[in-house]
Design a protein around this ligand. Sequence first.
Ligand code: AMP
Ligand code: MG
Length: 414
Amino acid sequence: MSDLLPVEDAVARILEHFQPLPVETINLLDSLGHVLAFDILADIDSPPFPNSSMDGYAVIAQDTQGADQQQPARLRVVMDIPAGSMPTDAIGAGEAARIMTGAPLPDGANAVIPVEQTDQGWRSGENPPLPDYVNIYRTVDPGDSTRPRGEDFMVGDVVLPALTPIRPQEMGVLAALGYSGVPVICQPRVVILSTGDELVEVDEPLTPGKIRDVNGYTLYGLVKAYGGQAVRLPIVRDNLEDARLRFREALEYQPDIILSSAGVSVGTFDVVRTVLEEMGEINFWRVNLRPGKPVAFGHVGGVPFFGLPGNPVSAMVTFDVFVRPALLKLTSQPDAVQTVNAVLGEDLQSDGRRSYLRVNLRRDGNTLIATTTGTQSSGALTSMVKADGLIIIPEGVQYASAGEIFSVRLLRPV
Ligand code: AMP
Ligand code: MG
């Protein structure tokens, strides 16, 4: 056991080789999933003027005192304020202005009465002539159906702090503030290589002895899920020429990371390993982790390189444990691994390495019960589809009994 590298030590060694990426300005429409580089301060109030939240009539609230269905308040209509226009005048006592949702309140007005609570209909697709008078069937209070200036944010507010990941709502706020170009941290570029003569491309027929490349797609998805730009190259064949060609091709993308799966098993003749030794340096680590043997880390042509295991579950788990923190560091994002505590619902054998097992979680009162999804073969990728999370059986544990509590890395919300 003692010759196995602890997971945390391996991660720390890896992270020494990564520093946050520089800043670039990109089109607002392309900004989803990027990380904001700077604080975004408001240079306007939003809304920029007090406005109506309903289609109706802008009034002075006091003028509607005591109004109801039997005794409506009768106000003189002096103005029409469609959306996008400015009031031409103020309203005075006994006066009202027809107003559209979002249009600026005229001076003098302090409330809006929705059109449904007046004697005026409002048929869509038409602009009925402005009535001379409007009957108001309800007493309104000052502020009713209006939105004050600066209700959302005011000049000088830090509306979006630096390092905020951009979601659709952040895109909207940036639009409100006029950011057609957005300062973001460059997205890490990751080239993904799948290796092995047994692999065929996804659109090729399966012939005897072959399987389709899976890791090229799970790793692609993982890179994108953690804010990277992924490039998947054609399958690398188990010969030196092809491996050299593909690694050179990978370097042409000037990536921040090169990720390969399979072909780095210790003790076997492996072309990837040979090429890596020619083009850079590589370390093979026996990490205290299951699944996840072996993992290689090094540099190719100056670019950090991860050699992940070939088995699809192992490739995903080792990405999560080793590559994800590197991607997050490149974009200055906190490591927001979501874990919950769960009670083991069955007895489990472990082998003393830190183990990530696929489990389903079910709620029982205030506790979560974890049961394995079935086969834990690291080739059984549907275990990752079925699982709610990965239960983490710590290093040193050989046997875990039902009822013990362990941490679970969530794969979907519970
Ligand atoms: P290796 O790491 O080369 O010993 O591969 C371990 C297992 O993973 C073997 O069964 C391989 O066929 C399988 N494997 C390797 N690469 C892939 C891949 N890209 N997609 C699916 N399975 C793979
Ligand atoms: Mg292989």
